[in-house]
Design a binder for this molecule. Sequence first.
Ligand code: PLP
Length: 406
Amino acid sequence: MNKGSLDPPELNKDLSEPVSVPDSAMDRAVEIMRSGRLFRYGEFKGGSSEVAALEREFADYMACRYAVAMNSCGSTMFVALKCAGVQPGDKVLVNAFTLAPVPGAIEHAGAQAVFVQCRDACRVDLEDLEHKARAGAKAFLMSHMRGHIADMDVVTDICGRHGVVLIEDCAHTMGAKWDGRPSGSFGAMACFSLQTFKHVNAGEGGILITDDEDMAAQAILYSGSYMLYAQNGTAPAEQVFERHKYMTPNFSMRMQELTAALARPQIAMLDDRAAHWRERYDLLAGLFSEIPRVEIPQRPDKEEFVPSSIQFSLTGLEATVIDEVLEACGNRGVDIKWFGRPTPAGFTSTWEHWNYVGESQPLPETARMIAALCDMRIPLELTVQECHLIADILGDAVRQLGRKFQ
Ligand SMILES: *Cc1c(COP(=O)(O)O)cnc(C)c1O
């Protein structure tokens, strides 16, 4: 039976494939394990910490003064809110369309999440931001969700005029820029993730950056430095710690040495990875945009993004049809996520599922955007040929099912 030749071709690539860890990182990790020194702080006789080296290297990469490594981006967001002076009950603005750890960090700080609408291309709606900042909020925890960067000139202007502390969630924008300036350099603080599916894969991990010495000292103390805070790779001067050291609880959110060993060589690889991802994205975006009903979000010229995923809307299709289109893609090996799915699956919960924040907030623009929004991960190793096959598979599924339901 020559069955294979009649079947439409399938993608033989796992789209969830992470970036691999470089050999030099593994060698260093093994060395550290042999030494047994897995904890970043110690009453060392000589020797220096791997985490401290990562902090120095990341601060250099971002051209900022301070970097504080922790155990996750979620931890850095929580600590950033504390450093911004957020008190229980304070309002914190946050994109309505973001990942669950972001409102989670706000809840962790005891604050009240106020969702800002998102519309085209996942970006925050600037009019709604103006409106909600004017009504009063302590901070804006801004997600550059799926790597889409809103107009940062307008965002910083709004936050500045209303006295709202801007904290950037750069989990999807490591290495990205807005108008030539690094994403993460616009807010008082910025938070990065080293989780497996982000741009640098250390399994878990987060880095908070800032140029503010008081915020840096507090972040180091909150993260769990004990009185060994001077061992941070970019620690501010002793007198800055004097202002905070007996007033700042230890939340025990440190990064361990192995994490830093895995991450360090990858920081140096970021720009090459970014260029490669961008090439694949541009190819996929071009191919997808030729498929009927598939709409690729416009990207402003000022946005230099690092796309480890691609977003598109399936327009003018009923929810049941979207479901079938994506199922047809899945049957041929192309796994596409749909944020509009009524019950959350995998990573795709939305604000409608975060009932712990209290009274539900009406967000019609966001609901409209999310209803049609699909998302596909772009593994770094995806080949040109595989990009063409993926576009063929999506195109077949839309054409066949779109026709059936007309
Ligand atoms: C992954 C992610 C985070 C949280 O990162 P962790 O390191 O997993 O805590 C925050 N924001 C966004 C948008 C993310 O995708």
